[in-house]
Design a protein around this ligand. Sequence first.
Ligand code: N01
Length: 545
Amino acid sequence: MTGRRVDAVVVGAGFAGLYMLHRLRDRLGLSVTVFEAGDGVGGTWNLNRYPGARCDTESYAYCYSFSDELCQEWDWSGKYPRQDEILRYLNHVADRFDLRRDIQLSTRVSAASYDEDERLWHITTEHGAQVSARFLITGVGLLASAPHLPSLPGLERFEGEWYHTGDWPRHHVELAGRRVAVIGTGSTGVQTIPVIAEIAEHLTVFQRTPQFAVPAQHHTLDADGLRWIKQNYDEVWNQTKWSIGGFPCTPHGRSALDDSPEERRKTFESLWAQGGLRFVVGNYQDVLFDRRANDFASEFIRAKIRERVKDPKTRELLLPCDHPFGSKRPIVETGYYEAYNRENVELVDIHSFPITEVTPLGIRTAAGHHELDVILFATGFDAVTGPLLRLNVTGRGGVRLPDRWAEGPSSYLGLAAAGFPNMFMVTGPGSTFGNIPVVVEHHVEWISDLIGHLRSSGHDTAEATPDAESAWTDTMARAAEKSVIPLADSWSTGSNIPGKPRTVLFYLGSYGAYRRQCDDVAARGYPGFEFSSAVAEPRSAPVSL
Ligand code: N01
């Protein structure tokens, strides 16, 4: 293999890739190249530029904690940051830590294969360039690099424009005064629908499954608010580190079953008023684990929806009834339900009357035809495994990752996989789910600490053992038994993609519990990894989780 040789190749320049570059290059002194398929840094926030795109985690916790100076110098404009604001933040990080010189933009990795003799990864880009590296680290994100476009017959004949929200074009998309369709009512659809409703001549929403959405209660941050955040950052990060999902929020601590109906109503109202994901992570401790507790929260939300939507037929269609609250990733909204009270917004039920085809002039369902100028697919992503499988990774013995994971993925801690030495995944399948920058920061630090340990112990290769992988799979299965998440069809279980194996893609215990297990593995010298070097014999470490 010809081409450049570096210590590490990192794929992706979003939250994960930027910090990984900083850790490996500036802390460990490795030579690093980051390949980023997009035309700028920022990952998901560079791609998801649809109208209304905003994060639904509090801005002051949707960022890095590793640099106190960075925390102190950056001013967020509001409770929830807009897409362009997060993108500006990540560009600021790239400049502040002098990261750009090692990032190659507009360069998609098309293959990566492991050479057992040389103990190197050979990485090929779509332009045919080749780079060899000791370490391959994927920071491709959970979602963004694999948008899911349903195959609808006739789409190629549509005479209007169509876009996927997760691959929004750079040019201005004119929606004002036009007949617009949004297909999909997940977090993205719910975020964009009220914004488009304000400008479109007519907006038709194609809904397959109504979902639970809680109000954002967004507000701007004034000087006092910013001062409070900056003065309390230590406490904020301490709270997120051991929390349920990496959020700056303490759970309620009681069971919903122990309170009277009046006490429960007060608790739910208080969380509702605080807004956003607090209704999830600050709620009764059993809301996501006990169906009776969950039913109380689900019914509370349905009652709120009933209060907000005027038309009785539309109101009924918007009530989520076929899955428990929290089993699909909860949605945070601003003005979503009120959008349906507008004359120019129409809700179409494609659960009862599916889309049959796209025609040159619009969309036909089993119930009728809708004339359209623009179709927007807010239909989600081939999550978690999709971005990884697109890298065409081949490990030891010529085993391809898509073949290894044909029946569903397996991994050790979601960070490494047996048969793929020195390949590490940030937010890989089997890792934890939650507030992404916080989760990512943990993964990056854990992986870079492992690489540092490997080198200082005189080894050059670390590989997860099959036993460790299977022990982690059992741990994941035990955690999943207690959760409501496996009960719904959603991207978290892979069941949103036709033909994709249905499997729980995350460790569903809390983020804090996940973190504790990872820390324990590190403290015990990384049991579950086999360390080896070109000169020394492999050394096995047993695993017990
Ligand atoms: O995608 P989704 P998303 N025909 O998979 C429907 C993050 N995010 O882009 O429920 C018709 O949740 C599908 O219907 P159903 C966040 O983690 C964060 O909205 O499968 N409809 C559903 O309604 C989120 O969870 C922010 O029946 C089809 C929708 O499309 C994740 O991204 C903002 C269909 C897809 O919902 C994904 O959210 C936005 C078909 N063939 C997103 N296929 C923040 O604020 C799918 N659908 C941080």
